[in-house]
Structures are given as structure tokens and as C-alpha cells.
Design a protein around this ligand. Sequence first.
Ligand SMILES: [Fe+2]
Length: 466
Amino acid sequence: MSSSNALPPRSNVAPIPMECDAPFLKVEGELPRELNGTLYRNGPNPQFDVPGAHWFVGDGMLHAFHIENGRASYRNRWVRTPKWLAEHDAGRALFGGFGRRLSNVPEGTTQDSGVANTNIVFHAGRLLALEEGHMPTEIEPGTLATRGYQTYRDAIAGPFTAHPKLDPVTGEMVFFGYNAAGPFTPKVSYGVVGANGEVSQFERFDAPYASMVHDFIVTEKHVLFPILPLTGSMERAMGGRPPYAWEPDKGAYVGVMKRGGSTKDIIWFRGDSCYVFHVMNAWEDGQRIIADVMQFAEPPLFPYPDGRPTDPAKSKARLCRWTFDLSGATDRFTQHYQDETTGEFPRIDDRQAGLAYRHGWYACGNPAGAAASGLSGIVHVDHNANRRAQYLLPDGDTISEPVFVERGAEAAEGDGWLVATVWRARENRSDLAVFNALDIESGPVALVQLGHRVPDGFHGNWVNGR
Ligand SMILES: [Fe+2]
């Protein structure tokens, strides 16, 4: 433990070494009585340290905050993947990331390096921990116990995105997988799981080149696959060079297909080289498709093929509007930045997913703050009023993805709360912060206080208790 006069730690990336249950947490302010459910979050938390390993490849740890009747409890558990179990038995790391096995791995050790560390979604009665290289891992909602891979009676196989889209109208889960013919291949899968939990479509197609495809776009009638030049290369990986690297000369492609149609009929649009990890939302407007994305001029966290880093000034994302003209007049799509503020982890009121929408939120940077590289506030975008609201944390603190929870089933779009974990740098512990989603500038209405910290993670979702 650090002494009271020690300098605060500079970041919240390091893993925590324990699992725990906190049945009754202290609350500052008042938790809204309508909040009844659980925020599930996921992120990398390596069981064993591997020097030099990429942040993305740490074992998934789940954090669940349950809120009911103004009270809050917490539980965290590692996902018991085959890799986690093998390393737990061995008492040491066996994998180095992106499938690489370390030396002296015991004979008979699993080949499966899945870490289930990126997202956690609830669909058709199943809670699924997701990581884009492997199938979904089913989790028991109350205990966070790992049930194992959910293969939908073997109707699907291969990698499964961490960002499937849940259609609020049909109840379908629409998904894809890249590297679908093996590591660093341009093959991509596409599929649909119906509201009944059964697979209704599963196909594969060839993308223009092998790349990291973290997210995609689904509207009421279309699916769009962004193939952006953060390329994957087996040759580089085998030669000890970066498996994923920034090759802007390859150009940006987005494949558009009709939902219910075939991947054979994908039409490819071209755009300026960029990278996008996350999509805010997208919808149809007559003959056009409009998508709001967090666009990077150059990707962060990944180098050029020769190992040179990308430009830190260009590797920050801003909200950007992509427009596709389906009339056949052009195969170019347009890209217009909507905001000066940099940020990541865009979210919406998920009841508007794939539809025209008014409200969005994202975690933002604070260029003037000490944690200039971290996410230290949230932005509310009101597209109708062309208005931006912002809340910045005390200097040094950082925030997770803000997840929207509606006030009730009949609430208007945006009427509800944002829930996010906040790292308190000076105290080196975390709060769960609850904001009024349409009045973030007033700051949190309630803070659920943890004694320990929740490391910077990726994504989460709220599951209603009703
Ligand atoms: Fe993501």
C-alpha cells in the first residue's frame, strides 16, 4: 500500500490482483429509485504479467454494479477462459498476445488464447462476454461464473465481434467476425441471431485486405463493414514485426449490403484513410445512409509496419459524420468532423440504435488537464439543438465509457441516466458515477464508492432488473 504522502499513480491501466464481493456500498448523493438493474463492465486485467504485452490482450475481468431501491452492491470476477484456466494451473503466463505462445509451454496446453475481455452484452436471455478473436463466452448473470463458449448449437464458428448490434425493433443480434479464415486473413463472417436465440443467417465474404475490424454499422435496412488500413500481416507476425500496423496507402473501404440480403451483393465505397474503433449510431435518410463515428486520422496504440509510432497529435478521435449516397452517383463516401473535442467510447439511448436519433454521449479528453492522454470527462451531443454539453472531472481523474439507462420503458429518448466508473487518481480507487443524461454539466447525482479501483477497461452494458 502507498503511504499517504506518496505521489498519485499516473494511470489506471495496471491490473488488480483480486476478486471480491461488496454487498453494500457507501453512496454519496442519492441513487435514483427508478434505477433497478446491473451495470456489467469488461476490460483487460492480466492474471500474470507478460512484459511488453499489448494492453488489448490481458485476461477479461468483469465488474458488476447492481443497483436496486437506492442501494448498490459490487462483484468482480475473471472470465474463466481456457487460457485463464491453463495459466492458473501452471501458475504463470503461457501466452504473449495475438495468439503467440511463450516458450516452455507444457505439452497438451490449450491452443486457445481467447481472453473475453472487451464487451459484455445481454441478448435472448444470455449474458455474453465478448472479444473479437473468439466465440462469445456465456456468463451466469448473478454469480459472474463462466459457463463456457456459446456456439449456438454450432450454427456459427470462428471469431465474433465484440460489437454486435442489438436491433431495438426486431430483437435480433447482428454480428460479424474478421480473420474468419484464420489469423490475418481478409475473410469476414456475417450473421444474425434472432430474438429467439437461434441463428438465422451466417455467411463469409472477402474484404479488400486483412485488417483489424473492431466495429461495424447496422441501420434498419443495411449493414456496413468498414475495412480501414490498420492491416494484419502473418508475414510481419512471423518475422517478429508488428502483427497489426498502420498502412494508410491501402485506403479506406466500406462495404454496404442490404439486411436480409447476401454478402455476395456488397457494394464497396471508398474514402480517405482513417481509423475508427467505435460507431455512435447510423440511420437511413432516403437514398442516403448517415453514420456518426469516432474517427482517428491515424490509429493510436499501433505503429507503422517498421515499428515507428503514429503521430500522437493525429491519433485522437473526434466525432465524424460519414454519408453514403446509395443512388449510384458515386462510390465515394464523405467524412465531416462534427466536433473539436477529442474522445472515445460513444454511446446512445440504445432504443434508437440504427434509427434517426437525437442524443449521443462520449468520454472526452481534457487538453488542459494533467491526464492529457486519458479520458477525463463526458460530452453530451444534442444533434437537434446542435448543442454540446460537457462535464470535466477533477484534474487527474479518468472516466470509463458512459452507458445510458432510460428512466423507464415509456421515457422519451435521452430521458434517463449515464452510468460510468471514475478513477480517483489521488485516492487510487474508483466510484460508479450516475449522471442525469440530459444535464451532465451539473455533475454526478450519485457516487457509489468502491474501496479499490476498477482498471481502465473497454465496454459495458446495463441490464434492467425488471
Ligand atoms: Fe470497442
